[in-house]
Design a protein around this ligand. Structure first.
Ligand code: ACM
Ligand code: ZN
Length: 751
């Protein structure tokens, strides 16, 4: 064969492979459709004689869930399709390797572990077509394995409690999608949820609270729900859940928080705090000054707790928290200060590091590994510790470069308590904006890790904190379909582009999620508005998620009898005018998912002006830089990440080029106050005016006392310069203390 022909064959083979879309999630590493007609059958029969009962029970339970994909009642003799299982005992170099094929007569599964048999079966169920009165399957061949050994989902059962059945359901669905680590966040300020035989008050007192915050942390005034609320898992229940997970190839990584997030434990055993003062289990969210004291009694207490934890959980990794522990109490506590002298620790961060080292040595002696949030890097990383990087990627990069194992879970891409759509229409969430597309784009191996150290990245995990999630239906809403995007990042080496992923969701995966009766979100499918600056004004365009134009409507809401104007096309233009501001409600309609999106638009005297930034915003929060401050749309509250410009390099400066035909009297500038997300108001704003852009004259100076600051403008100015002074560092005791705060700005409303 001539080289040219060889090349030709190779290219053909490649393109054939690329075009075969299996709609399996996570995308298998290699899938090829084979020639031949789909085989029609009515009954799938799997020979389970060689399989342990615990695994065959899971196969049966999946058959029950997907009854319509394994059995069709028919009047004639059922046509059976057989699945033959072959276990390979040799260790395969890839994690959880399996092969699955159908030659038109028989399905063959070659698997290397109990978990990989489940993975093969999940893949198979996803490939079977339900044709109503019968089932069908095309001939294919498939090889698959996991890219990363850590494919995690987390659930916080402290802020809100979830029953054993709900936790099992969470594990069930994650296992079906080839997740293998369930991070069970069992203790926090708002509740201690695991029975510890030696310290019964942990659950008796620490398991319950008498008030829970209503609304958002940032809403004022705060109101409270005073229902007695809580719950915990007995050790018998925990053993049952651990086995349930293990049968499904899922390891449970328990988290016992220390030294911070300890208010529930300290409500039960106040002597373990620095002050000894008893306080109730809190129903407020956030970070609290009262943490475990570093004294000897606390260390023994926590090691006793870990002794019971280790007996319950076979996981190699035990999570000890380590995040968000203010050092306020330690600084004034005699015992903590004595410890610092005794062990020659230079500050309270080193004291925390010493504290964690006591746990690391203890767990290492027990044959386990300690894992903690990235704060455990501060003051020096304990020798055997693994790190979960949540405050961005930096902690993970530093730990991997120090040759410590790392699980990536940066808030920006992996926090499923963040909004996935417009915060005005979504159920209340923590804040942040982590839409499906952003999750899908995530790569667990960040730049900045030397090639030799990349192997320390074990994988990635998505976290679900439940401050604002009180029931399990909402857990599902926040997790799905984002969990399907995340597993693509940790399992697949060849994930298709985002549009293909959306096709897979709509053509196949939503049907499968319906078998599970999952309350998945369709927020990703809402039409989006693009707002662009045009000569003398603004153009608002509506597009569907597959980038097709959609129809929009506009209604003036400033006028009592404002008319609804249906625009049979995707865009509407507003020109800047010198008259008073008017507001409009603008709606975009989308047909495929029957969804719509709405924004409120203010047509004020500043829309479409040109802004020159002297201080550039942070790259992550620079959405539509040209137009965000003058696009007539107020930034969403609670903050959802877009519609705001975010700065974190200190003071903020920019110049606005004014429209000389218009007479300006006031400008209202808005900034966001969301301290739990490290976003603080600026301290003050100064406005300078100029005719030539060189001689700047101060025309207003105002202290910022709230989110809106209205500033009177004097005289005619060709340019206005805005200077916002900001805090140098986040004050002590607040989330992110010591770090530079973010300043988030949105619309400048000119009147
Ligand atoms: C965390 O989100 N505090 C780990
Ligand atoms: Zn102390």
């Amino acid at each position: 064969m001539k080289p040219v022909t060889l090349l030709f064959l190779f290219v053909c083979g490649l393109s054939h492979f690329n075009h075969a879309q299996s709609h399996v999630i996570p995308t298998p590493q290699f899938y090829e459709q084979l020639p031949g007609e789909p085989f029609k059958f009515s009954l799938l029969i799997t020979d389970i004689t060689s399989v342990p009962k615990s695994t065959s029970d899971v196969l049966f339970s999946w058959n029950n869930t997907f009854r319509n994909l394994v059995e069709k009642k028919s009047d004639s003799i059922p046509i059976a399709l057989k699945v033959r299982l072959n276990q390979t005992t040799e260790k395969h170099p890839e994690n959880d390797f399996y092969e699955l094929s159908f030659d038109g007569k028989l399905i063959n599964i070659h698997y290397t572990s109990d978990a990989s048999l489940l993975y093969a079966y999940s893949t198979l169920l996803q490939l079977i077509n339900d044709e109503g009165h019968q089932l069908s399957l095309r001939p294919f061949t498939l090889k698959d394995y996991a890219k990363f050994p850590w494919r995690g989902l987390h659930l916080d059962v402290c802020r809100h409690f979830f029953t054993v059945d709900e936790v099992k359901r969470y594990i069930d669905i994650m296992a079906f999608y080839k997740y293998n680590k369930f991070h069970w966040h069992l203790t926090d300020d708002q509740g201690w949820r695991i029975e510890i035989k030696k310290y019964p008050l942990l659950t008796e007192i620490g398991g319950y609270r008498d008030s829970t915050l209503n609304d958002h942390y940032n809403t004022s005034p705060r109101t409270w729900n005073t229902e007695h609320y809580g719950g915990f898992y007995t050790q018998a229940q925990i053993k049952d859940v651990v086995k349930y997970a293990s049968d499904r190839g899922v390891t449970i990584v328990p988290e016992i928080e220390m030294p911070g997030h300890a208010r529930a434990a300290l409500a039960a055993y106040p002597d373990l705090s620095c002050t000894g003062i008893q306080q109730p289990v809190t129903g407020l969210w956030g970070v609290f000054d009262d943490i475990f004291c570093s004294k000897e009694e606390t260390i023994s207490f926590l090691q006793d707790v870990l002794t019971e934890v280790v007996e319950l959980f076979p996981s190699e990794y035990i999570h000890i928290g380590g995040d968000e522990a203010p050092k306020t109490r330690w600084k004034t506590c005699e015992k903590c200060q004595n410890n610092m002298r005794k062990y020659q620790l230079k500050d309270e961060h080193e004291l925390q590091s010493w504290f964690i080292r006591q746990m690391d040595e203890f767990l290492t002696r027990k044959g386990r590994k300690l894992i903690g949030w990235d704060e455990i890097l501060e003051g020096g990383l304990s020798p055997n510790a693994a790190v979960m990087s949540w405050r961005g990627e930096e902690g993970g990069i530093a730990a991997a470069n120090e040759q410590h194992e790392v699980v990536m879970t940066p808030g920006s891409h992996c926090y499923f308590d963040h909004y996935q759509g417009d915060s005005q229409t979504e159920p209340l969430a923590f804040g942040g904006y982590t839409p499906l597309e952003k999750v899908y784009a995530y790569n667990p191996v960040p730049a900045g890790i030397s090639p030799d150290n990349k192997k320390y990245i074990l994988g990635a995990q998505a976290n679900l904190w439940t401050e604002y999630i009180a029931d399990f239906k909402q857990v599902e809403y926040m997790v799905y379909p984002r969990a399907l995007a995340m597993i693509q990042n940790t399992w697949s080496t060849n994930k298709p582009d985002y549009q293909s992923f959306i096709n897979t969701l709509t053509n196949r995966q939503f049907d499968l999620l319906k078998y599970w009766n999952v309350n998945y979100s369709l927020s990703f499918a809402k039409p989006v508005f693009k707002i662009t600056k045009e000569d003398q004004g603004i153009v608002i365009t509506g597009t569907s998620i597959d980038n097709n134009p959609v129809n929009i409507a506009s209604k003036c809401t400033s006028e009592k009898k404002g008319k609804e104007l249906i625009i049979m096309g995707p865009s509407i233009y507003f020109s800047r005018s010198g008259s008073d501001a008017k507001t409009y409600r603008i709606t975009a309609f989308e047909n495929k998912f029957h969804s719509s999106s709405t924004i409120n638009f203010i047509n004020h005297k500043g829309i479409g002006l040109t802004i020159e930034f002297i201080t550039p915003p942070n790259k992550r929060y620079a959405h539509n830089l040209e137009s965000t401050l003058i696009d007539g749309v107020l930034g969403a509250r609670p903050w959802n990440g877009s519609q705001w410009l975010g700065f974190n390099k200190g003071n903020v400066e920019f110049i606005v080029h004014m429209d000389e035909k218009i007479n300006y009297k006031h400008v209202t500038t808005s900034a966001l106050d969301a301290t739990t997300s490290w976003i603080h108001l600026p301290d003050s704003v100064v406005v300078y005016g100029s005719d030539e852009g060189v001689n700047w004259k101060e025309i207003a100076r105002q202290k910022v006392t709230g989110e809106q600051t209205k500033i009177a403008l004097k005289g005619k100015n060709k340019q206005l310069k805005f200077v916002y002074t900001t805090l140098d560092a986040i004050p002590e005791g607040m989330p992110g203390e010591g770090y530079k705060p973010f300043t988030f700005l949105d619309e400048l409303i000119f009147e």
